[in-house]
Design a protein around this ligand. Sequence first.
Ligand SMILES: [Zn+2]
Length: 133
Amino acid sequence: MIVFDLQCRDGGEIFEAWFRSSTEYEEQRAAGIVQCPFCQSANVEKAPMAPRLPRKGSDNPLARLAALQSEMLKGSRWVGDRFAETARAMHAGEMEREQVHGNATLEQAKSLVDEGVPVAPLPLPVRPPSQIN
Ligand SMILES: [Zn+2]
């Protein structure tokens, strides 16, 4: 069953009507069986769709950022406080390169950048996986 919002072209009333299928609606309308419940006019058509409003909160920029960040970190390994040494070791070729994220002090971050280690600050603080459970 599908429901359509129909509009009476004579009176302008909008009402819901159920049909087994879109085809059944077309057939019944062509046959004049679909009638306005208010004035019994068979001159009805599908009402223009009401614009769908976004759910509350989905437009929150912080929520969008958080979603983006969790997408970014999907393939990334949490290394916690060992971030600076891990990033340095990977940069030096002592470790296999992979995407990692973790904690670094401002000092550590600055010296990593000075050493040419490609690091980027995350837009939002990350909770270590051990704290998520
Ligand atoms: Zn009507």
